[in-house]
Design a protein around this ligand. Structure first.
Ligand SMILES: Nc1ncnc2c1ncn2[C@@H]1O[C@H](COP(=O)(O)OP(=O)(O)O)[C@@H](O)[C@H]1O
Ligand SMILES: [Mg+2]
Length: 410
């Protein structure tokens, strides 16, 4: 292509001014709109590959700020997770091949309904990476009927719309990991070794390996049925309640110093025994040492107090109360919760040991009749529903009608 000194054609593709929509002419060169589009495409791709480009995205305190918008309490878990995630991405983007940073998978202990899954989900959302939740109890040893380890990765690839590169930077949350502990304290060979088999099956994937996974249904690649996915940069977060682990810790502390330590163990056992967990305790709980060794971070969520639960009802961006107020507002009804109602709901959830998980059920139950009747009630002039403690206990709510239409009591 002869060089056009007057810049009447694009210096990249050679098309003349007449052949393109726009030709941008500079001092020494010209470029057409098509070539600009192409270049932008390349640049955007590059940024995505380096994602997240913004350094702040990796700042643990900013990750924590994001979690704070949704998750009440759990500062210890938030801080340790934020640091782990930040480290994880530093490792992925580490240009220095001499210092290979080790992968930090996370073991997240703590009672049910206190925000374990939610935190993992929010972190994935924040990083804008594909995320899957699976249940350890559903995973089988290779060769058995059920979900095998590969199917977890296939789901991750599907979440990434078939994009292997994207999937290889995703987050996998494995719930109920405590359920695959070898049962029974004796190391003596018992029949129940299935848990150990599943641990073995998960081990390779979690530590990082290249796994062969069937092709995603979202992107067909004719001619081959398997693809390879490198799991080295996938962050695995495993959560579980670890019922009975407190006894192991208690025995350990008691053994160390009968008397004082025993008394200490007693007073602290409820509140923060999770914080005392050591890898050894987990091995005694029934995990194989190699499996425990794959988790660079062992952290925990705490039991939520009644005050926390009230805050869970009110504060998160998408709190249960805000959600219901929105739903009723769509029908034109103001929904108000009196303070004693909120306290009572929180106390009930605490009593049922469902923690935050139970809050929605309790509210749903007391609002169900009004949701059912909402449209009819509005036609009769209802403008507001006030929920108090009695309502939560099973009695009627206070209904406020627009007096001009009708003055009516439920
Ligand atoms: N600390 C918390 N702050 C705000 N909401 C919470 C918290 N813990 C739990 N929840 C609410 O309870 C639900 C269940 O929590 P989840 O994260 O699934 O608990 P876990 O995984 O610990 O059993 C979440 O969807 C969320 O609405
Ligand atoms: Mg969960």
């Amino acid at each position: 292509m002869p060089k056009n000194d007057n810049h009447h054609s694009c210096d990249f593709c050679g098309k003349s001014k007449e052949e393109v929509e726009k030709l941008i002419v500079g001092d020494k060169a010209a470029i057409c709109n098509d070539c600009i589009d192409l270049c932008v495409g390349i640049l955007v791709d590059e940024t995505v590959k380096k994602f997240p480009a913004d350094k702040n995205v990796h700042n643990p305190s900013i990750i924590k700020d994001y979690l704070d918008e949704y998750v009440i309490g759990q500062d210890y878990a938030k801080i340790s997770l934020s640091v782990a995630v930040s480290q994880h991405f530093k490792r992925i983007n580490n240009p220095n091949k001499d210092i290979e940073l080790e992968k930090t998978n996370v073991l997240l202990l703590g009672p049910t309904g206190c925000g374990k899954t939610m935190m993992a989900r929010k972190i994935a959302e924040y990083l804008d990476v594909p995320f899957v939740i699976c249940d350890a109890t559903g995973i089988t040893e290779a060769g058995y009927v059920g979900d095998d380890v590969e199917s977890i990765l296939l789901r991750l690839i599907n979440e990434a719309d078939g994009d292997i590169e994207k999937a290889s930077r995703g987050i996998v949350y494995i719930d109920e990991i405590d359920k695959i502990a070898r049962k029974g304290e004796s190391v003596n060979i018992s029949r129940d070794v299935s848990g150990e088999g599943v641990q073995q099956a998960l081990l390779k994937m979690i530590e990082g390996t290249i796994m062969r996974v069937p092709f995603s249904s979202k992107r067909k690649h004719p001619g081959s049925e398997m693809q390879e996915l490198d799991t080295r940069n996938i962050l695995f977060i495993c959560g579980g309640a670890f019922v009975g682990l407190d006894k192991i810790i208690q025995t350990r502390t008691e053994r160390r110093g009968i008397g004082f330590a025993a008394a200490m163990a007693d007073t602290t056992k409820e509140l923060d025994f999770y914080q005392k967990v050591t890898p050894k305790d987990l091995i005694q709980y029934g995990f194989i040492p190699e499996f425990v060794g794959r988790f660079g971070l062992i952290t925990n969520v705490d039991e939520l107090t009644v005050d926390h639960l009230i805050r869970v009802l009110l504060e998160p961006k998408n709190s249960v109360v805000k959600q219901y107020q929105y739903i009723f507002k769509l029908d034109g009804i103001d929904l108000e919760f009196e303070n004693d109602a909120l306290t009572y709901i929180a106390e009930q959830a605490k009593e049922l040991k469902t923690n935050a998980r139970g809050l929605k059920n309790i509210i749903e139950k007391c609002l169900l009749p009004y949701q059912f009747d909402a449209i009819n009630l509005v036609e009769r002039g209802l403008t507001k529903i006030v929920v108090n403690k009695d309502t939560v206990a099973g009695n009627a709510a206070i209904l406020i009608f627009n007096k001009k239409i009708k003055n009516e009591q439920k």
